[in-house]
Design a protein around this ligand. Structure first.
Ligand code: SAH
Length: 215
C-alpha cells in the first residue's frame, strides 16, 4: 500500500514535534509544507516519516525530523535572513530553512549528494531561494558572508573559527560539537560584539569532515 504522505506528515508534526515542545508556528508550518518523502531515496521512502535518521547513501543520513525542527527553531528566523547550511545531504533541511528565511546557501562535500540535493530541491519546487554548493563547508562560504544564521548538520570537534567569523552581528548559529559519534547541540548567539552559547540538546550527527572537521 502506498502511504498517504500528507497524513504521515501531519502525524509527524503532531507526535514528534508539537509533543516534544517545538513551539515556533512558522517552523511547524514549514515542516508540514515540505514533502520530506521527496528527499529520501526510493529504497528508503517508506521510512520518510520515521522518528529517526534515514540513510541517503554514501554513509550519510537525513536527520531525524525533530532535530531538523529543533535546529530551525533555535535560529529564530523571521523570513528576512540569509542562511548558510553546512552539510546539505539530500537537501531536506535546506528546503525547510528556505521556507523560513529569505535566502539559503547549503554546502555539501560529497559531489553526488550535492547533485542529489539540487535535483530534489528542483523537483520539489524549492530551489527558488536555495542554492547548493559543492565544497568543504568547515571553512564556511565567504562569497555570500555575513550570514544572519548558520546551521551545521554534521558533528564538529570544535566550533570552526571561520563560521563564527562569517556570522552577522546579530546572528545565530547552531552546531553539534563533541566526539565523533556523540555531541551536544550548541546554539551560539552573536549580539553587540558579544558571543553567548547554550546547549539545546544531546545529539548524534555524522562527522563533519574537511579542514576544520575530523580528518
Ligand atoms: N542537512 C541534512 C543532513 C545531512 S547529514 C538533512 O537535510 O537532514 C550531513 C551531511 O554533511 C552529509 O551529507 C555529509 O556529506 C556532509 N558533510 C560532512 N562534512 C562536510 C563539510 N566539511 N562540508 C560540507 N558538507 C559536509
Amino acid at each position: 500500500m502506498i502511504p498517504h504522505w500528507d497524513v504521515e506528515r501531519r502525524k509527524m508534526v503532531e507526535s514528534q514535534l508539537r509533543r516534544r515542545a517545538i513551539r515556533d508556528e512558522r517552523v511547524l508550518a514549514a515542516m508540514l509544507e515540505i514533502p520530506r518523502e521527496r528527499f529520501v531515496p526510493p529504497e528508503a521512502r517508506l521510512y520518510s516519516y520515521d522518528d529517526g535518521p534515514v540513510p541517503i547513501g554514501w554513509g550519510q543520513t537525513i536527520s531525524q525530523p525533530y532535530m531538523t525542527a529543533l535546529m530551525a527553531e533555535s535560529l529564530e528566523l523571521s523570513g528576512r535572513e540569509t542562511v548558510l547550511e553546512i552539510g546539505a545531504g539530500s537537501g531536506y533541511a535546506a528546503a525547510v530553512l528556505g521556507a523560513l528565511a529569505a535566502r539559503v546557501v547549503t554546502i555539501e562535500i560529497v559531489p553526488a549528494l550535492a547533485g542529489m540535493a539540487r535535483e530534489n530541491l528542483r523537483r520539489a519546487g524549492r530551489d527558488g531561494n536555495v542554492t547548493v554548493v559543492c565544497g568543504d563547508g568547515s571553512l564556511g562560504y565567504p562569497d555570500l558572508a555575513p550570514y544572519d544564521a548558520i546551521s551545521v548538520a554534521a558533528g564538529a570537534p570544535d566550533l570552526p573559527p571561520a563560521l563564527l567569523g562569517q556570522l552577522n552581528d546579530p546572528g545565530r548559529l547552531v552546531i553539534p560539537v563533541g566526539e565523533w559519534d556523540d555531541q551536544e547541540l550548541r546554539v551560539v548567539v552573536k549580539r553587540g560584539g558579544a558571543v553567548d552559547e547554550r546547549v539545546a540538546a544531546m545529539c548524534r550527527f555524522v562527522p563533519l569532515r574537511g579542514s576544520e572537521g575530523w580528518r
